[in-house]
Design a protein around this ligand. Structure first.
Ligand code: ATP
Ligand code: MG
Length: 252
């Protein structure tokens, strides 16, 4: 069963066709990677899927509902969470508070009501804190709960951002270059974490430049080049695809 079906989506910025007629599917329970050279349109594609931008044309079907053009909080409430290529943590807030922000997209009371009173809201707030701590534990960063996010090492900040995305209880998790800036040990841990996330029943779509990571954890790989999809298959086939090899190694 396909959780996500993207059909002919495009996005232009002035003279740049960042995404051009891209179609692909993500099977429920899969880990799928999107790879491609710098500027290929990978982050723009994620922006189109998560409501941060509206496509100029095309449809995004998630669980049998068309979501293109929906606002980010609407998409999040439907069950799509994401992380960002450039970390978007609130540096002055604690790691735990940052993770709790991820949950507020699904809570009834919302962020402001949670900060000011009624007992029902405070109860909900405590439940959200428990949930946030559980996700931090899952990723091994709970001991950092009360540290300001801005004071953490880069790899720890990445883990906090991942915990925040998980805290929203996504059905589909979008990870934009989760291994960027991580050392080898941290990248290995990330690979294990992604596979454990899949075991929880969460479908994962990730943009990544680290090919050994992509080959190790992905069930399928789609390749973008200048906004267009040039390959979409199992990792071995993509690795042998002559056009993909040409894009990565250059013509000569
Ligand atoms: N907000 C914007 N305004 C104008 N042009 C943009 C904008 N965002 C992206 N672009 C352009 O769209 C194209 C695709 O960019 P995008 O960031 O999606 O690529 P990417 O595949 O994520 O690259 P990278 O691997 O470097 O992260 C590039 O040519 C980029 O310069
Ligand atoms: Mg990008």
């Amino acid at each position: 069963m396909n959780l996500l079906e993207v059909s002919g989506i495009s996005k232009r910025f002035g003279g740049v066709q960042a995404v051009k007629g891209v179609s692909f599917r993500v099977r429920k329970g899969a880990v799928k990677a999107v790879i491609g050279p710098n500027g290929a349109g990978k982050t723009t594609l994620f922006d189109l899927l998560s409501g941060f931008r509206a496509p100029d044309e095309g449809t995004v079907r998630f669980q049998d509902r068309e979501i293109q053009g929906s606002a980010p909080h609407e998409v999040a409430a439907l069950g799509i969470s994401r992380t960002f290529q450039n970390l978007k943590l609130f540096g002055h807030m604690t790691a735990l508070e940052n993770v709790m922000v991820g949950r507020h997209v699904r809570s009834r009371a919302g962020m402001l009501a949670g900060m000011f009173q009624p007992p029902s809201a405070r109860r909900e707030e405590r439940a959200i804190e428990e949930r946030a701590r559980a996700e931090m534990r899952f990723l091994g960063v709970e001991p950092l709960a009360h540290s300001p996010a801005g004071s953490l090492a880069y790899g720890q900040q990445r883990a906090v951002e991942l915990a925040r995305a998980l805290c929203a209880e996504p059905t589909l998790l979008l990870l934009d270059e989760p291994a960027a800036g991580l050392n080898m040990r941290e990248t290995g841990e990330l690979a294990d974490q992604v596979l454990r996330i899949r075991e929880r029943g969460v479908t994962v779509l990730l943009v990544e430049h680290d090919m050994s990571l992509v080959m190790r954890i992905s069930d399928e790989v789609a390749v973008l080049c200048f906004g267009q999809k040039i390959a979409d298959a199992d990792p071995r086939s993509v690795q042998r695809n002559p056009e993909v090899v040409r894009v990565y190694l250059g013509e000569d």
